[in-house]
Design a protein around this ligand. Structure first.
Ligand code: S3P
Length: 204
């Protein structure tokens, strides 16, 4: 679980309109390609709903003492997917959390099944050019360093689309500000009665 400094909390809270509380005990799991905003929005959602924030990539790095790109280099992608599956599974069955997953997690059939069974899945989607714009430096993303990053992202999006579409809720993050993306996520969660607003959307 990641803890935030008071300064981070203030910064995240500035992107949240209104007060909300969860109406479900299920974890909320963010899925989607690299650069779709899973981590940035997950942190803000955790502050908005006063739920712990966990990030599967961060847990894997912390537990193994290795960077994701080193795990890919040393042990290969299949081993990484196994570690990712175990990490996600162990966070689905504890108390409610906001869980941000690595981009390929929901494309692993057994991980996807576990998420769909135990959690509310939210797919964050954006065009490849917007994803790459947000990622910026690709050096920490091993899958993007084997050729033209934009082409790889386009191919991945096409290959993974059918998997991501199985997420329960879909939100386009595009090039929106974090504040606008937060509004969209909170609105859809409220619409599905997974959360409720405690004050009106203007924070009054
Ligand atoms: C991956 C996405 C990465 C990380 C790993 C593999 C993928 O996470 O898990 O490099 O398969 O799309 P982010 O989506 O958080 O960048």
């Amino acid at each position: 679980m990641l803890t935030f400094t008071p300064e981070q909390r203030r910064r995240f809270a500035a992107d949240i309109d209104g007060d909300y509380r969860p109406k479900t005990k299920k974890p909320i799991v963010l899925v989607g390609l690299m650069g779709s905003g899973k981590t940035a929005l997950g942190k803000r959602l955790s502050v908005a709903l006063s739920l712990p924030f966990v990030d599967s990539d961060a847990i894997i790095e912390e537990k193994s003492g290795l960077l994701i790109r080193n795990i890919f280099e040393i042990s290969g992608e299949a081993k990484f997917r196994e570690m990712e599956h175990k990490t996600i599974l162990s966070n689905l069955k504890s108390s409610p959390v906001i869980l941000s997953t690595g981009g390929g997690a929901f494309c692993n059939p057994k991980t996807r099944k576990a998420i769909k069974t135990h959690a509310i899945s939210v797919w964050l989607d954006a065009k490849p050019t917007d994803l790459l714009h947000r990622i910026g430096n690709t050096s920490s993303r091993p899958l993007l360093n084997t050729g033209d990053s934009l082409q790889i992202l386009s191919d991945l999006r096409q290959h993974r689309m059918a998997d991501y579409q199985q997420a329960e809720l879909h939100v386009r993050t595009g090039r929106h500000s974090l504040r606008l993306s937060m509004k969209k996520i909170l609105n859809i969660l409220e619409q599905y009665s997974y959360i409720e607003a405690l004050s009106d959307k203007n924070g009054k």
